[in-house]
Design a protein around this ligand. Structure first.
Ligand code: ADP
Length: 355
């Protein structure tokens, strides 16, 4: 029996070492065709069980038009929210052990970023996205651990045209602590009492509804802002009084599509420039971390400033790449995949507990 225990312990250690490798993990999710869509031709040619993905342009048949990619995981259009979260859950829970974690959704507008992170509007619990599931999990687990006392706070930041909008929630007293606003209005942002995670999420909806939305040719629900939900955890070990601080950043990035400058009005162009600038800054930070540069340009955008504590050698990072399978999106999808491919080659050094 003790032999088996030793083997199990060894296996656990090995898994932990794997877990600690610190590479940016990249999961790719392909959204389904939407009800009522006529064209059902897809750019997805093959999805392997070990993260292989082949895309092809059906309007240009031939071997050269097929492109191979390899990520940590690839989810086909039938993957459920529970399945995706199941692969992220451990990462989320590790925040309670003192790790800083960043999970961000990247892709063009309409590719399913908000669906994955938040779920559809008025969705059933099965359709809840990563943010809801993570909050629920952290809430439950932090309350059930008898040897630790946790203080959990939730903060929501919208970054729009390089400006902040902030909503701070305190889960201990279950009320909004403060709101600060720069350029966007928060109606109804008075302190409110809530009694469980669902209520907290209801409050967060207020923030979500305030996201700067514009109709674009791609998708009416598109959002031109980055949304960052941060769950701060402060834990105290009741046995020895040791404490830990950690944070989970859950990021729904603005759409990464290229914008034709001749085709948009001035304020849309300004938005697009800000979005491109911050996504480029995110890429620069990731690539300079991978190159182990002495200077990491965190301060080049609001987005990278906000994410600073959860990107880098001490943190665990997961990029959720979203793809739209429709043929007209082929070239955007290809540039999304090329960015993701570069990111997945990145090694950020070992992640360590901040305990
Ligand atoms: P984005 O945030 O990238 O702009 P959305 O999350 O708004 O994209 O998704 C665009 C549309 O596709 C929405 O109507 C959304 O409900 C739907 N959708 C996205 N992913 C899925 C999915 N996995 N299953 C069902 N519908 C999805």
């Amino acid at each position: 029996e003790s032999y088996q225990a030793a083997i199990n312990e060894n296996k656990k250690l090995n898994n932990e070492i794997q877990e600690l490798k610190g590479n940016i993990r990249v999961y790719c999710r392909i959204r389904p065709f939407l009800p009522g869509q006529k064209e059902k031709k897809s750019i997805i040619d093959y999805i392997g069980e070990n993260g292989e993905l082949i895309v092809a342009n059906p309007s240009k048949p031939g071997k050269e038009s097929r492109r191979n990619f390899k990520f940590n995981k690839v989810y086909g259009p039938r993957a459920t929210q529970a399945e995706v979260y199941g692969d992220i859950q451990q990462l989320v829970q590790s925040v309670l052990d003192g790790y800083n974690v960043c999970i961000f959704a990247y892709g063009q507008t309409g590719s399913g970023k908000t669906y994955t992170m938040s779920g559809p509007d008025k969705g059933s619990p099965e359709e809840w996205g990563v943010i809801y599931r993570a909050l629920n999990d952290l809430f439950k687990i932090s309350q059930s651990r008898s040897t630790y006392k946790y203080d959990v706070r939730v903060q929501m930041v919208e970054i729009y045209n390089e400006q902040h909008l902030m909503l701070i929630l305190d889960l201990r007293t279950l009320g909004i602590l403060a709101t600060t606003q720069s350029s966007l209005a928060v109606p109804d942002a008075n302190v409110r009492q809530v009694s469980d995670p669902a209520d907290v999420l209801g409050l967060m909806e207020i923030g979500f509804k305030n996201r700067a939305r514009r109709s674009t040719s791609m998708n009416e629900r598109s959002s031109r802002s980055h949304s960052v939900v941060t769950i701060h955890v402060h834990g105290t070990d009741l046995k020895d009084g040791a404490s830990l601080n950690a944070g989970l950043h859950l990021v729904d990035l603005a759409g990464c599509e290229r914008v034709d400058p001749t085709d948009v009005v001035a304020d849309r162009l300004k938005e697009a420039q800000h979005i491109n600038k911050s996504l480029a800054a995110l890429g620069d930070v990731i690539f300079s971390l991978s190159a182990k540069s002495v200077h990491v340009p965190f301060r080049n955008s609001k987005l990278t400033q906000v994410l600073q504590t959860s990107l880098g050698g001490q943190a665990k990072t997961l990029m959720l790449v979203q793809l739209n399978p429709e043929v007209p999106c082929y070239s955007e999808s290809l540039s999304t995949l090329k960015f993701a491919e570069r990111v997945s080659g990145v090694e950020l050094g070992p992640a360590r507990s901040c305990k």
